[in-house]
Design a binder for this molecule. Structure first.
Ligand SMILES: NC(=O)c1ccc[n+]([C@@H]2O[C@H](COP(=O)([O-])OP(=O)(O)OC[C@H]3O[C@@H](n4cnc5c(N)ncnc54)[C@H](OP(=O)(O)O)[C@@H]3O)[C@@H](O)[C@H]2O)c1
Length: 307
């Protein structure tokens, strides 16, 4: 597994990281804790060296803490977002940032968080200066090693970079989701970019032939890409990715992840994985990273699909 530097730090991240949202039991259906722990171990055994989690993900921190007894991994978590009733909102007041980070340290059973990322922009009107001063205080106190952000646009990102030593941006990016290729990529220049949704929440694995039905609390039940014309278009692309993968002895999922991890400016891709079998499938992406001709083929296929 290739390691890549987390900008301006001594931390190196595997090109594929393990996203733990679906292990939390809140938004992706029920979780089998022992299977989740086996999944984390399979990922670490396969060369993944970092896990992405968040307070909002429910039980994922507790599962990570159990899985990492006697094992090491870099932990990237988040700060700010919390549930108010059934709705999540971002509170980036200094008081909430400090309390949220302390709670994460306790749940994860660690003394230091390697990368603490603002989950999404504040919805409470707190000035950026207050929020990022709190994060810098946590860093100075040794509670976090590095500060990152998620889901910011180019203008806010540029402003944040003038007030705090932010090393990473986490943002969606996939064969079917390209916002990163606009002004955001320039705004993030010099930072590490960690991308999620490279599998389009599972659609790009090619496993769906008809639109799946999820219970109402599952985020995929409200995702327009899981029905209608979006579903048809993405699954047609996934079929072609599967064909390309089959020619080189790998899967559509590995092709989709390998493509994202190979794109200019991308430091690492965060893949959600629920089972050791998905880990084995997805980590094949690590062997594709230098296959430049493969990415030209994939780009032509995507263009042919008009996506
Ligand atoms: N910062 C943010 O705001 C933010 C937002 C979203 C996600 N994230 C991070 O990104 C991680 C991944 O989430 P995502 O939304 O980007 O999902 P994703 O990686 O695009 O898709 C993950 C899901 O696809 C299915 N899957 C994965 N590999 C598969 C395989 N080989 N074969 C068949 N199915 C497979 C699994 O779900 P099933 O088995 O249920 O089908 C898995 O949970 C999260 O855990 C989180 O760490 C961050």
């Amino acid at each position: 597994m290739r390691l890549r530097a987390l900008a301006d730090t001594e931390i190196s991240l595997s090109a594929v990281g393990l996203g733990c949202w679906a292990m939390g039991g809140e938004a992706w259906g029920p979780v089998d804790a022992s299977q989740a722990i086996r999944t984390i171990h399979a990922a670490l055994d396969g060369g993944v060296n970092w896990l992405d989690t968040a307070p909002l993900y429910g039980g994922s921190d507790a599962i990570i803490a159990r899985a990492l007894r006697g094992r090491a991994a870099i932990i990237a978590t988040k700060v700010g977002a919390r549930l108010e009733g059934r709705n999540a909102c971002s509170d980036l007041s200094a008081a909430h940032i400090i309390a949220d980070c302390e709670a994460s340290l306790r749940r994860l059973s660690v003394e230091t968080i390697d990368l603490l990322q603002v989950h999404w922009p504040c919805e409470r009107g707190t000035p950026l200066s207050e929020s990022f001063a709190a994060l810098t205080t946590l860093q100075d106190a040794g509670k976090i090693r590095a500060i990152g952000v998620c889901n910011y646009g180019p203008e806010a990102l540029a402003e944040i970079r003038t007030i705090a030593p932010v090393v990473s941006l986490q943002t969606p990016y996939s064969l079917v989701r390209r916002e990163l290729e606009g002004p955001l990529r320039a705004a993030a220049s010099g930072m590490s970019v960690l991308v999620y949704e490279a599998l389009c929440r599972g659609l790009l694995t090619g496993k769906y032939t008809t639109p799946p039905r999820f219970p109402a609390h599952d985020i995929r039940s409200r995702d327009p890409r899981f029905s209608g014309v979006h579903f048809e278009a993405i699954t047609r692309l996934a079929v072609d990715l599967g064909r390309v993968g089959a020619r080189i002895g790998t899967s559509a999922a590995a092709v989709a992840l390998g493509w994202a991890a190979s794109r200019p400016g991308v430091t690492a891709v965060i893949a959600g994985m629920r089972t050791p079998a998905q880990v084995a499938d997805n980590l094949a992406a690590a062997r594709l990273l230098s296959r430049h001709k493969l990415w030209s083929v994939v780009d032509r296929i995507v263009a042919r699909h008009g996506l």
